[in-house]
Design a protein around this ligand. Sequence first.
Ligand SMILES: Nc1ncnc2c1ncn2[C@@H]1O[C@H](COP(=O)(O)OP(=O)(O)OP(=O)(O)O)[C@@H](O)[C@H]1O
Length: 513
Amino acid sequence: MAKAPPVLQWMRQPLDVKSFEEQSLDSVPFLHPGLMESLRNVGIHSLFPVQAAVWHETVGPGGGARDLSISSPTGSGKTLAYSLPIAQSLSQRLLRRLRALIVVPTRDLAMQVKQVFDAIAPSVGLSIGIAVGQTSVAAEASQLVLFPGKTDTCFRELHLASDNLPESRVDILVATPGRLMDHIQNTPGFTLEHLQYLVVDETDRLLREAYQEWLPTVLEAATGKNFSPSDDSNPGIGSVRTIRRSCLERGIKGCVVPRLQKIIVSATLTRDPAKIAQLGLYHPLSIALSTSDNLYKLPEQLRSYTIICKAQQKPLKLVTLLHSLGDQRTVIFTSSVSNTHRLSTFLACFEDLPFRAVEYSSFQHQLARSKALAAFRAGEAQVLVASDAMARGMDVEGVTHIINYDMPPFARTYVHRVGRTARAGRSGSCFTLLRKEEVRYFKSILAKVQNSSCKTYKVSSESTKELRPRYWTALQKLKEILDAGAGKKGHEMYAEEVTAADDAAVVASLLPG
Ligand SMILES: Nc1ncnc2c1ncn2[C@@H]1O[C@H](COP(=O)(O)OP(=O)(O)OP(=O)(O)O)[C@@H](O)[C@H]1O
């Protein structure tokens, strides 16, 4: 096995979040009264330790001098940790310019981060935009850039030929990489030349997935410096080059444009120097909950269990467990989009369950996915069956249980899945269904995570026996749906898997796991 690369020096000596206490808002130095009031209006009366640590390093004399890396457990409040200091700092701005850009991997997460800014930033006169592909590029562009006077002419000619320069409609933008690139390359008047904050949330995922080289493009558009590995071989990059104004804020001569501060955020931050190097961090400071040599840490209040069973027993064990949880808000994770679809269809076929289950996966159109999440948040559905797209950052109030129907493939996947519960100091439980042959690998995953010890959980055989007749009925219904679906466009993926054989094979073909 290849030896892990040496951890960067600055990551080895973090500012330890453990050295900070929860801090009441009254004792937070320099906190703008408008921000204090808006926090109280949403029920927040103190800063969590990681938020106090980041505030300490960003607001006041040393503020903004260094780039930041924020890594603390899931649910510890990292979003507010960066959004509050940004709102505080920009509350002093005179002109509206795009000064803060937050990049996140998924549309639902972007909408969630925007809600956090919406709760606090307007109180200091800041406006927030979102670029996630919810509407057309043009419709989104009209929310981001304002051309005074004209609305119909081709913007680029207009803006070059006259002095009515485009103005930004937003101070802060939350975006997914794909749509951000669209605006950088195609939206006239959209510029990052005034950017003061670049937040890369869920950094390890964003650095792993190559989103059309968004990072070098953004860094070059914001700083004018070339960050692409080989700039000559990258003609496209030139079209987004904007020369950072030489210390001129439009209309205000001599105003120094502050340096771009980069903030990277994740509960499972990568320590791979090559990946981190892409960010071009300046004198970075790591703010982290230091742990022993384990990489990741689970929330203190999380209780973890395993359920060992044969593959074909998993569906009935799952339903028996869910039945015992009643209407407790639960997220079930599977290992694939098709397993998510099959499992949620199976649960919908099961009569008289004490809960309603909805599906959340990239198999659905975004609208269906957002509707499912909204129903789950509102409590109209108590169980959400999700693929790992849901695992990152999603914050749903009151989730008390997580069930890994399929074993997570990596330690970081496990951390993000189970981190959907036990958030903000609340308690929660997670159950992982394992086949006997998976136990060893699962233990190797847990070895990389602190506070991850699991107890064995016994599903009641009495309840399982009671549920068995309805279980077979549900399986039969599922088979009919999949057979019918196999005939229709878009369900071909099931055709080859549905076979009429003995029970175990039927279950394995319908609900592999
Ligand atoms: N100071 C606070 N007081 C009370 N609740 C808070 C505070 N800060 C954040 N929260 C709540 O804690 C929950 C978790 O916050 P957040 O989603 O920012 O965590 P996170 O560390 O980013 O988690 P993840 O790593 O999963 O993305 C949210 O419901 C948020 O509203």
